[in-house]
Design a protein around this ligand. Structure first.
Ligand code: GRF
Length: 218
């Protein structure tokens, strides 16, 4: 039997790294179509860097503050990803806005997870805003990264019921659990080319059910 071809994936983080850990854990399964070959943080103090190293993944800080502009920072990020052989980038709590040049270089090969049901609540403080808006269903989305922040083609979404007594923190914690399930599924779809970015959005092959892209409240 031939071994599964695992796509080399690089992860970009800025902080805690719990979604990164979910991807690393998923990739330990021999049948998972990705191996995590590099983690890069723009913040040297990101706790996720140590977590990645503890899991045996090369992890590097590329401090954006050490660069005069976004382009030079991104050029070093791209170079490090290429050196590691990365073919697909997963952003997991990466908190820098990217230039059009970087986005275009990785177009169709770079995905992100966002803690809301996009296109609702792009940007920050999504859980507080969801509570303030009174929505009954909240959740998270994985999407291809495009030039508009949190606007790229959707790959998958997980819905989470909002409870009447929810605080933003309580809701965030439940959404985060859904993120940890959704992100590995969506990365697998992209690595298998079961989802590709087209001019019309993220597309499944004709005749394919899209259940793998959706997680509903139980
Ligand atoms: C997650 O909620 C993710 O959706 C958002 O930033 C947070 C990162 O958390 N983009 P972690 O670093 O993965 O724990």
């Amino acid at each position: 039997m031939t071994a599964l071809a695992k796509k080399p994936v690089g992860i970009m983080i800025s902080g805690r790294g719990s979604n990164m850990q979910a991807l690393i854990a998923a990739a330990q399964d021999p049948n998972y179509p990705a191996r995590i070959v590099q983690v890069i943080s723009n913040r040297p103090a990101a706790p996720g860097l140590e977590l990645a190293r503890a899991a045996g993944i090369p992890a590097q800080a590329i401090d954006h503050k050490a660069y005069p502009d976004r382009e030079s920072f991104e050029s070093d990020v791209s170079a490090a990803m290429h050196r590691a052989g990365v073919e697909i980038i997963a952003q997991a709590g990466f908190m820098r806005i990217l230039t059009a040049g970087f986005v275009q270089e990785w177009a169709g090969r770079m995905i992100n997870i966002h803690p809301s049901l996009l296109p609702l609540f792009p940007g920050l403080h999504t859980h507080r805003r969801a509570l303030d808006a009174g929505v009954k269903i909240h959740g998270c989305s994985v999407h291809f990264v495009s030039e508009g922040v949190d606007q790229g083609a959707l790959i998958g979404q997980a819905a989470v019921a909002v409870h009447p007594a929810d605080t933003a923190d309580a809701l965030a914690a439940r959404v985060l659990q859904a993120e940890h399930k959704l992100y590995p599924r969506c990365l697998a779809l992209v690595c298998r080319s079961d989802v590709v970015l087209t001019a019309d959005g993220a597309r499944l092959p004709p005749g394919t059910e899209n259940d793998a892209m959706l997680i509903n409240p139980n």
